[in-house]
Every structure is written in C-alpha cells, then in structure tokens.
Design a binder for this molecule. Structure first.
Ligand code: PEP
Length: 255
C-alpha cells in the first residue's frame, strides 16, 4: 500500500487539561512549533477551550477538534454538545470512542457508531478510536476485537463519507502509561484495520484512509512508529501538552 496516497495527521488529544486561558498560552507556543509541518496538524481540546482555539488558530496550519460529541441533533440531553454546535463554532474534527470514554462513560461500539454518523452528517471529520485492553492482547484476540470495533463504528458510513474518517489504533494498555506498542505491533494492527476497510469499502477507499497510532507516542519514539507503512500519523495525549514535544512529533510525520 502506498503511504503517499494518504495524509499524515498528527492530532493532539488534550483530554481534561488546560483552562481556556492556559489553552491560549499553549496555542501561542504551538503555532511556531508546527508552522513548517508537511502533515495535517490538529488539536482536540476540551469544549471550554474550543472558541479560544478556533479564534487563535485562524490563519495558521492548526485545525481544531473536539474530544466527544452527542449523537442527537438537539433536545433534552443536559450537559451534552451536538455536532451542529461544534460546526457552528468552526470546529473541524471530533474524536469518538476514545478508550477513556469507553472505560469511564459507558461508551459502547453502538454509541460510537451513532456519534460518528451524527458527526459526519454534520460535516465534521471524525477520528474513531479502537484498541484492545492488555487482557484482550494477552488472550490473543486483538485482531478480532479491533476488526469488530472498526466494523461496528462504521456501520452505515458511506464510502464517500470515509474521506472524512480517520481511524486511531490505540491499545488501551499504552495510553497514558508510558508503555508504547512496538512499531511492529502498531504496524500489524494498523494494517489489519486497513484490511477491514478494504473488505468494507474496497482497496481504493482503504488506501486513502489515514490510520493513526496512539498510546504514549512522544518525541523520542515518533520517528520509529511513523516509519511503518500503515502508520499514517498519531493521536497524542500527554506529549500534545508540550509545544516542543508536539512540534518534534509533527516534524517526524512531515519527513
Ligand atoms: C490519547 O489520549 O489518545 C493518548 C494516546 O494518550 P497518551 O499519548 O498520553 O498515551
């Protein structure tokens, strides 16, 4: 598969970090750190920082995303945020199905699918997270599990909509733990995700979809992970909160 056919995307997932004031400061540091990128650069911030982020990133090469979205258009869903609300702010991307949402907020494959479809229908680009727990890896079911998560997340998503879908392979045991998958492990699963995409949508569509790796990617290991043929970028948690580290990862993806 030809890596040049798809866009490398480095996306920061800020999680529940940074007030809007702190977000403004971090973006001021990020803008010069990533300005020469030859890849797509995205920052996914808490809802409360989105207005600031969109405003500050105007005229730069940084795209702004949210970390979650509700699947209904509007209504009695206290505390939730719809896709239209994000679009109206100028937000371009949204993460769905992050393992922390699955683990702490009862996210299921079915609700991931509903969120993805609602976001795509509203015109957002969606980063769909999939990945196995340590127990599942040790049980030898990683490939089946990730195949299933990917297939359910994409139920009803058209080939045309796949232009706006990114899949992030994030082994749960590597997120926020400092324990990174080896580049071979990352490659193996990212390639199997692309295989499922090929079964669902055909080779041409599958070759065009960006498949990221996420899980303790940092300035020291990004080069090696991103050198793999099916690893097209990264979803970065901890290291996205440091402008220099994020800049180094972006530079690695730009080679
Ligand atoms: C993430 O939050 O998606 C993530 C990969 O976190 P970290 O880079 O901190 O492991």
């Amino acid at each position: 598969m030809d890596k040049a056919k798809r866009k490398a995307i480095i996306a920061g997932n800020w999680k529940m970090n940074k007030t809007a004031t702190e977000a403004a400061e971090l973006i001021d540091a990020l803008i010069p750190a990533v300005k020469d990128a030859d890849c797509e650069v995205v920052i996914c911030t808490p809802f409360t920082s989105l207005v600031t982020a969109v405003e500050k990133c105007k005229g730069t090469n940084i795209h702004v995303g949210a970390e979650n979205v509700h699947f209904e258009k509007s209504g009695a869903y206290t505390g939730e945020i719809s896709a239209d609300m994000l679009v109206d702010l100028g937000v371009e991307y949204v993460i769905v199905g992050h393992s922390e949402r699955r683990q702490y907020f009862a996210e299921t494959d079915v609700t991931v699918n509903k969120r993805a479809r609602a976001a795509l229908a509203a015109g957002l680009k969606v980063i769909v997270c999939v990945g196995e727990s340590l127990e599942q890896r040790e049980q030898g079911v990683t490939e089946e599990l990730v195949r299933m998560q990917t297939k359910i997340a994409l139920l009803g998503v058209t080939a045309e909509e796949m232009k706006n879908v990114v899949i992030a392979y994030e082994p749960v045991w590597a997120i926020g733990t400092g324990r990174t998958a080896t580049s071979d492990q990352a490659q193996e699963v990212c390639a199997s995700i692309r295989k499922v995409l090929g079964e669902l949508y055909g080779e041409t569509v599958a070759e065009g979809v960006t498949v990221q790796y996420g899980g303790s990617m940092n300035a020291g290991n990004a080069d090696e992970l991103l050198s793999k043929p099916d690893v097209d970028g990264g979803l970065i948690g901890g290291a996205s909160l440091k402008a220099d580290a994020f800049g180094t990862i972006v530079a690695a993806a730009s080679k």
